[in-house]
Design a protein around this ligand. Structure first.
Ligand SMILES: [Zn+2]
Length: 335
């Protein structure tokens, strides 16, 4: 089924002090996600960037008392209950353990690196391969242990603008029966699409995107796109259309890791230093292959500007300034 990639253009007029009080018009694009109908607004010059190089060395360089640094992690973090089969997970530099502040049935933390701080452009494929493997090891055990659980996600907040209270790079896994609002909404819509259309939404979406400026590139079995209606700044999405919940050692894990590193290098080139990511996984669900969403956040600086105004916190409305056709082409240079 062809999707409607056809934004609504809204225009507003006023006498502008920037143009000697001549009448000017300014346009806003309102786009709808082809699967969920969720709106995104493309509003130019909406994103505030610091004028100078961010000054964060004093904050990111202070590892005093960090529970995730190698000398503390085995003393200061919890160990898994017996049914998991191991005390903590260990993959390369990555260490996994239960979340002291769990968000649901099964909730863990994966410390990604031995270094206390890693700049966004310095993460390696191996670090994300090991980190994702540690997360998937826990996902596998959790899904097996509880037949009712069908939703899993692997998530990351990087630096304070992204919501992380801890500088040390880490990911968080959540496995439960209900998923989050967005994950469940999207999974249900993709199941309905497959039932109605007789094909996978995600495969149809890739077919419609691969020849456009919004196709960012491929890493092995993962295709990367800039979504038509971005969720947040420079939103890049990776889809593994042929995969299910991968085993930790499945080669597709390396494919995801390689793409994450490419996207983060692109973000650094665009002046960003903070991001969120989420991998969504649905157990035994042919309509929903693994999907990863990565978004850039406010630039971390001493007095950084929140990029979650009322649109985000109260209206659940997505507002971005750079259209995906523009940043999708830019990001393609890193693939
Ligand atoms: Zn640390």
């Amino acid at each position: 089924m062809p999707f409607q990639f056809d934004p609504e253009i809204q225009a507003t007029w006023f006498h502008s002090p920037l143009e000697d009080f001549e009448e000017v018009s300014v346009e806003t694009e309102v786009r709808r996600d082809p699967l969920t109908g969720r709106q995104s607004r493309i509003v130019s010059d909406n994103f505030v960037r610091p004028e100078n190089e961010p000054d964060i060395d004093a904050i990111v360089g202070d590892s005093e008392g960090c529970f995730f640094c190698p000398e503390m992690v085995t003393d200061a973090t919890p160990t898994y209950p017996d049914w998991v089969g191991f005390d903590r997970g260990s993959w390369g530099e990555a260490t996994s353990f239960p979340n002291l502040n769990p968000y649901g049935d099964h909730s863990n933390v994966i410390v990604l690196t031995e270094d206390h701080y890693v700049p966004i452009e310095a993460f390696t494929d191996q670090q994300f391969t090991d980190g994702l493997a540690a997360a998937l090891e826990f996902v596998d055990v959790a899904l097996e242990s509880d037949a009712a659980d069908e939703y899993a996600s692997i998530n990351m907040n990087f630096l304070r603008p992204a919501g992380s209270s801890i500088i040390h790079p880490h990911m968080q896994t959540l496995v439960d029966e209900c998923g989050t609002n967005r994950q469940a909404e999207r999974a249900e819509a993709a199941r309905a699409y497959r039932e109605d259309e007789g094909e996978s939404y995600w495969e149809a979406l890739l077919e419609e995107t691969v020849e456009t400026d919004r196709h960012v590139g491929s890493t092995g079995d993962v295709e990367w796109i800039a979504p038509y209606a971005p969720k947040h700044h420079r939103h890049v999405r990776g889809i593994a259309p042929d995969a299910t919940v991968p085993d930790p050692e499945d080669p597709v894990v390396e494919d995801f890791a390689a793409g994450i590193v490419n996207v983060l290098e692109y973000y650094a080139s665009a002046g960003h230093n903070s991001f969120n990511l989420a991998v969504t996984l649905q157990d035994d669900d042919p309509a929903n292959p693994p999907v990863i969403d990565i978004v850039a956040r406010s630039v971390f600086d001493q007095y950084y500007w929140s990029d979650s105004p009322f649109f985000v916190t109260l209206h659940d409305e997505n507002v971005v300034d750079v259209p995906p056709e523009t940043y999708g082409e830019e990001a393609a240079d890193w693939f």
